[in-house]
Write a new protein. Structure first.
Length: 361
């Protein structure tokens, strides 16, 4: 469907759903696009901003899309601090130095010659396959040093037929597929990590695919951290990672009450195709109302870690609930805040967030 056709269909659906005429929609879209966070036309629809029940007029102006998210990120995070989050090797090395729980890295291939601690160094393609064929303690999770949306990731359970490897989805991964990731210069190298086992309570809810919470932490001018929003990226059995990718991956997304750690809402995608669900499609477990384990520990862990990155005043932490307790999987910047905003059905720029931003101006 072309973009204009799609927007025409969207406007018709909104008119039917809310009674709001197309002219009223256009006026709102123009006002929001000219507003402080420059909301996009598609975002007005797909993030549900048109719905006055959840977003009264004043709240609409506090809603973010990708432009507004980028503006907040630029305002809150110093450019010279970004590598401490975006470079996974550097981030893990810092977290390990400060004593925070992180995934165990077994081996590394880094174009720059980086390392985290005492993991095995792989320097050639021959060493890669020698490690996987003779030295790798399966299962092993492989991911790029610089990567997004789960690209270049593998979860290998062992050796398969014809020199290939078996993965967690029951399929095979060829050597060529691994070499493609190995040779990708944008990735900067690969991390080979021991696969985590999730907390039994979490595994009962969502299965074996590691499903992290994303905890957004803001720091005030005195670098005091405060958790401002949380959501849960829920993986499916057919996927290696928990990436939501606007619903295209098949994974789910859940809004979490930040005070209690209870699941409040679960979605399959954005408006209009996404729907609310209450159970996990694979396990059949009830998700809405479920209590995440070790919640207070996860909050405290992220807030304490956030203090060590004072130049990043808007931090996005991915945390896994493992058997041994919460584990910091990675720190992110430049994240799109529109989707978690859609989950909670309230503008991200609350009075509290506004105050935290102002405190550092």
């Amino acid at each position: 469907m072309g973009k204009l056709r799609k927007l025409y269909v969207y406007s018709g659906l909104v008119r039917t759903q809310t009674g709001k005429s197309r002219w009223q929609q256009i006026r709102e879209i123009l006002a929001l696009h000219r507003g402080p966070y420059q909301l996009g036309i598609e975002e007005y629809y797909e993030l549900g901003i048109f719905d006055d029940r959840h977003y009264p007029a004043a709240e609409k102006m506090r809603c973010l899309g990708w432009k507004g998210s980028a503006m907040l990120d630029q305002r809150m995070n110093h450019s010279y601090w970004r590598a401490t989050a975006n470079d996974k090797v550097l981030n893990y090395a810092l977290l390990a130095h400060y004593g925070f729980p992180i995934p165990q890295t077994l081996a590394i291939w880094s174009r720059a010659g980086q390392r985290i601690a005492d993991e095995k160094i792989l320097s050639s393609e021959a060493e890669l396959f020698d490690y996987l064929d003779t030295g790798s303690p399966f299962p092993v999770f492989i991911k790029p040093i610089h990567g997004t949306y789960g690209r270049g990731t593998f979860c290998l359970l062992g050796k398969g037929p014809d020199g290939a490897y078996l993965d967690s989805r029951g399929s095979t991964v060829s050597r060529d597929a691994l070499l493609e990731a190995w040779r990708n210069r944008k990735f900067g190298g690969l991390l080979f990590q021991k696969r985590l086992r999730q907390h039994p309570a979490v595994e009962a809810l969502v299965g074996e695919t590691i499903s992290c919470i994303r905890l957004i932490v803001a720091l005030d001018a005195e670098t005091r951290p405060e958790a401002v929003l949380a959501f849960w990226k829920i993986g499916r059995a057919a996927n290696i990672t928990d990436n939501f990718h606007m619903g295209k991956s098949g994974n789910l997304l859940a809004g979490i009450d930040i005070g209690s750690g209870r699941v409040e809402r679960v979605i399959t995608g954005l408006w209009p195709g996404g729907v609310d669900v209450s159970e996990h499609p694979d396990t059949g477990a009830q998700l809405v109302g479920a209590q995440l384990p070790d919640w207070s520990k996860a909050l405290a862990l992220c807030c304490e870690a956030a203090r060590h990155f004072p130049g990043l005043r808007l931090q996005h932490w991915d945390v896994a609930f493992a058997e041994q307790g919460p584990v910091l999987m990675e720190l992110n910047t430049e994240a799109d805040l529109g989707v978690p905003q859609f989950l909670g059905r309230k503008a991200f720029v609350s009075e509290r967030v506004d105050a935290l931003m102002a405190s550092g101006s």
